[in-house]
Design a protein around this ligand. Sequence first.
Ligand code: SF4
Ligand code: SF4
Length: 258
Amino acid sequence: MTANLLSSMDNLYGQLPTVTCKSCGTCCVSPTCTLAEFVYLMDFCVKNIPAQTLTDLLRQPARMHATCAGNLVCKFLQNKQCLVHDGRTGACRLFGVPTLSELNIASMEECAHGITVAQGQSDIEFIQDWLDDLFTYNQTLFACFSAPYFIKGLNLECWLDIYFENALDFDVFIDIRKIMHDNVDLHFLAERWKPLTSIKEKIDKIAVFHAMLGAAPVSELQDLLFSIRDDYPLTGTYYFEEAQAYLFRIEQESKPGH
Ligand code: SF4
Ligand code: SF4
């Protein structure tokens, strides 16, 4: 990993508050993260976990989480212990911080046992600024909100598929893969990696949906959105909220008298 990426992420993560909790592991779903965080996490894995162990971990079958709807169980959770604690993502570091409820980030404030902020800032302005800084840093790597691909909210499995999936050949994915490959070498895993999430198919459908929006019959748009929302459970929450919002909007706009 480049020194710049490493130090930038060390600096960002170093600003976050320290939280203590019961470490029950209940909230440990496959982490949703940005590109920079994925690279940081994988770099930590490569440096700290033997290649064969890491391969076996990442190739475990995906399991849907029993209570966190739409999420997969995190593969780094073993016997209620996080195997990648110092490399974990911002979502893992911030989960349960009470002020997150004010930001309306779905499912991020719902620790059933309560956590304690032991050290550092966790007020809403600080957390919002931190998230903005994370976003801004990722934008220095690539334009992550460029339509129609909306590359945000991807879980670990999606990022791994993008790392290995050359069929994802839009310019933005070629650029993202180059950043990944320049920063972390997972090629020891390549031979045994099988695409898991069908993220390409889902992204293709999202692109089709946006091309059809405003021009196609309502029923066709709805069918496409139902498929985008429901047919790719291993992509976790990627584009779930967006699909829901479009379904609501289309339903409202199709009502008589609108
Ligand atoms: S944040 Fe809450 S749910 Fe998550 S591991 Fe800690 S105690 Fe368990
Ligand atoms: S990376 Fe660690 S803290 Fe984050 S979800 Fe997985 S086991 Fe939990």
